[in-house]
Each structure stands twice: as structure tokens, then as C-alpha cells.
Design a protein around this ligand. Structure first.
Ligand code: FES
Length: 157
């Protein structure tokens, strides 16, 4: 799991000033802030708006337009389940429902305790050992009820 710094306005201001004079600085700044803190803190909008002399609404529009930008801290664990064909033919749908029920969320959601983000992926390159999953960057093949339960336990559920 990637480690991020807690939000710090001074560090954010430093990142912004490193990028602000470059052409088309908005997206690189937002990416750099997210890389550092794991998300775009609400206070970043005002800092970026002042530095680039653009409106907050424009920045908010960019943040909400690109699905890669997060507006809240990332969950402690990332569980991805493969939904592509080879995995589907080996029971991935049933496992997906099981994971969603256990976490009480759909794909793209974060569990209420903030510990697990659940995402769908489309092929992890492990088709020969489908169905496949990934927990915090570690890939797992031949997913079954027992392995899914272990992954959820590992993720604090
Ligand atoms: S289809 Fe799931 S790993 Fe390839």
C-alpha cells in the first residue's frame, strides 16, 4: 500500500510553487498533490486558485471531471476483483457479490470504517488461474470463498 503524508498546507504550497510557472500547470499540480497526500484536500483548491489566478469552480470542475482524482483520503486497503471474461467464467460474479455483501458496498466504494476500497478490474494477467484478485498490489489467483475470506480478514474485516 502506498504511504502518503497527512495533509500539510505548507508542503502543498511548496509543491504548487514548484509547478505554478509552467505551462498547463493545473493538472501536474493536482497530480503532485494527490501523489503526496493520497487525495486532493479541500483546502488545496484555494491555494491552487490563488497561485494560478484561476477560479475555484474551474479547479473543482477539473477534480470532479477526472475519476483518478480523489477528494477524500484513500482507504487503508485496496481490494480489486477481476470482472473480465476468464474470471467471470470461473465464478467471479458470485465472489464479487460475496465481497460486496461482506463490505456493504458496491464497486468503487469504500467500506463504512474507511478500511477497504473495492474496485473492479478487467484482467490482471492471471487468466490461467482465474478467478483473480489483488489486495494492496499483491495478486491472488484461484480465488475461492476461503481465499476471499482471508483477504477480507487481512484487510481488517
Ligand atoms: S480475466 Fe481475470 S485475470 Fe484475466
Amino acid at each position: 500500500m502506498e504511504r502518503h503524508l497527512a495533509w500539510d498546507g505548507d508542503i502543498a504550497a511548496r509543491i504548487i510553487s514548484e509547478w505554478k510557472s509552467r505551462e498547463g500547470a493545473l493538472l501536474p499540480i493536482l497530480h503532485a498533490l494527490q501523489e503526496e497526500f493520497g487525495y486532493i484536500h479541500p483546502a488545496a483548491t484555494a491555494l491552487v486558485a490563488d497561485a494560478l489566478n484561476i477560479g475555484r469552480a474551474e479547479i473543482h470542475g477539473v477534480i470532479t471531471f477526472y475519476p483518478d482524482f480523489r477528494q477524500a483520503p484513500p482507504a487503508a486497503h485496496s481490494l480489486k476483483l477481476c470482472r473480465a471474461e476468464a474470471c467471470q467464467s470461473q465464478g467471479a460474479d458470485r465472489l464479487a457479490r460475496q465481497a460486496q455483501d461482506a463490505l456493504g458496498i458496491g464497486f468503487g466504494g469504500t467500506s463504512a470504517d474507511g478500511k477497504v476500497q473495492l474496485d473492479a478490474v478487467y484482467c490482471l494477467g492471471l487468466c490461467s488461474v482465474a478467478p483473480s484478485a489483488m489486495l494492496d498490489g499483491r495478486i491472488v489467483g484461484r480465488l475461492d470463498d476461503g481465499k476471499l475470506a482471508s483477504l477480507l480478514t487481512e484487510a481488517g474485516q
